[in-house]
Ligand binder design. Structure first.
Ligand SMILES: Nc1nc2c(c(=O)[nH]1)N[C@H]1C(S)=C(S)[C@@H](COP(=O)(O)OP(=O)(O)OC[C@H]3O[C@@H](n4cnc5c(N)ncnc54)[C@H](O)[C@@H]3O)O[C@H]1N2
Ligand code: MOO
Length: 468
């Protein structure tokens, strides 16, 4: 069970030590630090803060595409097309009746051909001579010589005669290739495989799809103060990140393989760890969670075990420089390359992006719950899209007018939960403090407010919120 919590004041009091705990920032060829921008200032103690746009881009680029694999259709759901989907057949593959009725040749009245109906699934029906009609079912091949289909409800038969209005030529016939010709591009690479994509792929002749799999994500929720059931008590509070992070990852196209609820473990050093490859932490099933610190005694051990079995590792909490904020020290002990160490965004400025020694990316979500959401939108979503090759949803295109002005941060981007009451309108919902979820819980999107001295008004950029 988690141990007692240091009072918040004590945890915060040590933030002055940020310099000591700062991990190595990877140098760039030009000698500057990756993601660091001269002139950026974060008065709260993050001199390395990366600007928000750069952080977003860096996260996407930090991801190498996951290897593609060919999977049977039924197993491809939720993954991402690694290659364009190209029609393997004309669709429809032959001229097809669009309605139940009669195939007719020429103007009526018509004589019914003896010998029964043309049904779906029948191979080549015999040709229809001028003045003749034959009953036909939706989806059946059109007999050669047919000029149109007369719908059942429009015709009436007496003995072997069919009467009804003359359908216009080609009426209710779906011509071969109407939807696509063989070789036509149907979907680009990077398309998420939805139920409709599976249906289209099957119709277009596919038995298997070449996909990039859903990224496997391991999550470590840090903090001795967190309770996982019941009411806040004795200075402890409910964990709000653990319950939302798994479903949010799923909505972003990832597979949360484990959400481990850990206390404030000591950072540890690589010397005290189990080597990568021999995980000491009991692995859990998809989306499963465990209480307590499991089998590992240090954060370094937990990180190594997580990285061994995932495409992306997330931590929550402990990104600061307080006495029990162990993410930076653990990354430093591991020799991880920290590429984004703080972002000029509110909430969420302590968020970080790193590359673990085995090349697996790690995102450190700040502990304040809305700050963690901000990090999901800023770093996690583009990273996942980079791993699968999905385009950023509505990247740079979604915009709306704020229905009322919202105060901005003088130097940092502000992310503000909004409702979208009408097309093109964004209504701030309030309750946007870093520790609050009340606003985001009713929001349809998040508005991106650039820094500035006066409140934001007018058109703003929107970020989609992932939906289950
Ligand atoms: N001296 C300074 N103090 C703080 C700064 C700063 O710049 N200088 N930044 C503040 C901001 S902004 C944030 S965000 C947090 C980031 O802190 P950590 O990532 O180290 O997170 P913790 O200290 O562990 O927790 C912060 C806060 O969030 C609560 N928390 C943590 N995990 C959860 C969870 N899973 N569910 C709900 N709430 C959680 C925790 O109890 C704390 O109240 O640092 C500020 N301080
Ligand atoms: O930026 Mo903190 O991340 O506002 O809560």
């Amino acid at each position: 069970m988690p141990g007692p919590t240091a009072p918040a004041g004590a945890r915060r009091a040590d933030r002055g030590a940020a310099g000591d705990a700062a991990p190595t920032v990877a140098p760039r060829p030009d000698g500057s630090a990756a993601g660091r921008h001269r002139g950026d200032r974060d008065p709260a103690g993050h001199p390395h803060a990366t600007d928000w746009e750069t952080a977003h881009r860096t996260a996407r680029r930090a991801a190498r595409h996951l290897p593609a694999r060919a999977l049977p259709l039924a197993e491809a759901i939720g993954h991402t097309l690694a290659e364009p989907l190209t029609a393997l057949t004309d669709l429809p593959a032959f001229d097809t009746a669009a309605m139940d009725g009669w195939a007719v040749s020429g103007p009526g009245p018509w004589t019914l051909e003896p010998g029964g109906a043309v049904l779906a699934g029948h191979d080549r029906p015999s040709p229809l001579a001028d003045g003749l009609a034959v009953p036909i079912a939706t989806g059946a091949r059109i007999p050669p010589g047919t000029t149109a289909v007369l719908r059942r409800e429009r015709g009436r038969t007496v003995a072997d005669r069919l009467r009804g209005p003359n359908p216009s030529p080609g009426a209710d016939i779906r011509p071969r290739g109407q939807e696509c010709r063989t070789g036509a591009g149907l979907l680009p690479a990077g398309t998420p495989v939805t139920p409709a994509v599976l249906g289209l792929a099957a119709a277009a002749g596919y038995d298997r799809l070449t996909v990039r799999p859903r990224p496997r994500v391991a999550v470590l929720v840090l903090g001795d103060e967190l309770l996982h059931r019941g009411l806040p008590t004795g200075g402890r509070i409910r964990d709000a990140i653990g319950p939302m992070i798994g479903p949010w990852l799923t909505a972003l196209g990832a597979e949360p393989v484990s959400v481990r609820l850990l206390g404030d473990l000591p950072a540890g050093s690589p010397g005290t760890t189990a080597g990568a490859g021999e995980s000491t932490a009991p692995r859990t099933g998809a989306g499963a969670r465990t209480g307590g610190s499991g089998g590992a005694d240090t954060l370094v051990e937990e990180l190594l075990a997580a990285a061994d079995d995932a495409d992306l590792v997330l931590t929550s909490g402990g990104t600061g420089a307080g006495p029990v904020d162990r993410v930076h020290p653990a990354l430093r002990a591991l020799g991880a390359r920290v590429t984004v160490d703080g972002v000029a965004v509110r909430p969420g400025h302590p968020m970080l992006l790193a590359e673990l020694p085995n090349g697996i990316p790690l995102v450190g979500l700040p502990g304040n719950p809305l700050a963690a959401v901000s990090a999901v939108l800023t770093l996690v979503a583009p990273l996942l899209h980079g791993l699968t090759g999905r385009p950023e949803p509505g990247a740079g295109t979604a915009r709306a007018h704020l229905t009322s002005p919202v105060s901005r941060h003088p130097r940092d981007v502000r992310l503000v939960p909004v409702r979208l009451p009408a097309p093109g309108e964004a209504e701030p919902v309030g309750w946007a403090g870093p520790a609050m979820l009340r606003g985001i819980a009713v929001a349809d999107a998040v508005a991106v407010l650039p820094p500035g001295p006066v409140p934001a008004a007018g058109r703003v950029r929107l970020l989609e919120l992932p939906r289950p």
